[in-house]
Design a protein around this ligand. Structure first.
Ligand code: FMN
Length: 337
């Protein structure tokens, strides 16, 4: 199957010689990589591949996936499953523990036009684990395999299927990685920590490299994407060259530097440009959520865009979107004259 994953297969030496770059991917982050933020990122520095926030299969299955018919007689997917053309290639990530719900969601993902389906087998959040989902699946390989089969059945070969996981539950465990590789996935993302580590210590890229060696030994085509502590495109590419991964994901750094995926070689982003981006995000946020989301959710983005400027402090004190917009517009106006 021809897929977006062919973007950066670094195992192919000929392509590498022609300058094929490793795939730079935006990590799925709940409460962060939502529609408005993805839309902004496509303008200020677009990743090669974008992942959605994780979406609950239980929630989608129970609500029947779609809401009432819209004005044109079509059906509107829930906000978590909406994306624009600009955001493609986009992979939807699901979490859950019931194979039949995964199958249902996979069928829906095909219908909605996503470019890939990823299964979360790494989230260490207690609420997620309690449902038998996320990293809890590392302890239940039989169910993990059933879920992968269900997703493959649901998408009927029309979309690539991948898993995002950690190096193990309590200890780093290549047997878990071997098990996943045996499931014939299109791609496997490995966050170089165990589930019980949370975010403690450093991501173990050496061990991710061992997973690549194992994949090569098994003569599999599954792409391996490394994840953990990548701060910029250059260091991501260095990791890929050093450890043989086909790509890398960037997560938390996006909130320190939202311009991190920008490939233009410019020394810095001006305050004016940062203000423009922040105002655009506010507009998108209001439109997309129709004022149903609290302004506190918007603050982390403003903090990220305006980091290193004197405006940041004032913005953090704003109580409403209106106040924040006023501060930004005033500064934009002042800097014009
Ligand atoms: C706020 C937050 C939300 C996250 N949500 C998800 C998620 O929905 N799905 C997922 O697979 N990982 C999620 N992660 C984990 C990240 O995708 C990534 O694996 C992790 O942050 C390590 O990469 P980094 O060092 O580049 O941040 C989340 C992490 C953070 C900090």
């Amino acid at each position: 199957m021809k897929s977006f994953w062919s973007l950066g297969n670094t195992r192919d030496k000929q392509k590498l010689a022609k300058g094929k770059k490793p795939i730079a991917i935006l990590a799925p982050m709940s409460g962060v990589t939502d529609f408005p933020f993805r839309e902004i990122l496509c303008e200020i520095g677009k990743p090669d591949v974008i992942f959605t926030e994780f979406v609950s299969t239980e929630m989608i299955y129970r609500r029947g996936a779609v809401s009432a018919p819209d004005k044109k007689g079509g059906v509107t997917p829930p906000l978590q499953l909406q994306f624009s053309k600009k955001q493609r290639p986009i992979v939807v990530q699901f979490f859950g523990s019931r194979p039949e719900q995964f199958e249902y969601c996979a069928k829906l993902a095909v219908k909605l036009g996503f470019d890939g389906i990823d299964i979360n087998m790494g989230c260490p959040d207690r609420k997620v684990q309690k449902q038998g989902a996320g990293s809890e699946l590392i302890k239940n390989p039989k169910l993990a395999a059933e879920i992968i089969r269900a997703v493959k059945k649901g998408c009927g070969g029309k979309l690539p299927v991948s898993v995002k996981t950690r190096l193990g539950y309590r200890k780093k465990d290549l047997e878990w990685i071997r098990f996943l590789l045996e499931q014939d996935l299109d791609a496997l993302t490995i966050h170089g920590r165990t589930a019980s580590q949370g975010y403690g210590g450093e991501a173990d890229w050496e061990m991710i490299g061992e997973a690549v060696k194992l994949r090569n030994k098994m003569k599999l085509k599954t792409l391996i994407i490394g994840n953990g502590d990548v701060k910029d495109l250059c260091r991501g590419a260095i990791h890929c060259a050093q450890y043989g991964t086909d790509g890398f994901m960037i997560g938390r750094q996006i909130l320190h530097n939202p311009f991190v995926f920008c490939r233009d070689e410019r020394p810095f982003v001006s305050t004016e440009e940062r203000i423009k981006v922040a105002l655009k995000h506010i507009k998108l946020f209001e439109k997309f959520y129709d004022s149903k989301k609290d302004f506190s959710l918007m603050k982390k983005y403003l903090k990220a865009y305006l980091s290193g400027t004197e405006l940041k402090k004032d913005l953090m004190e704003a109580k409403t979107i209106k106040e924040a917009r006023k501060i930004l517009e005033k500064k934009a106006l002042n800097s014009k004259y």
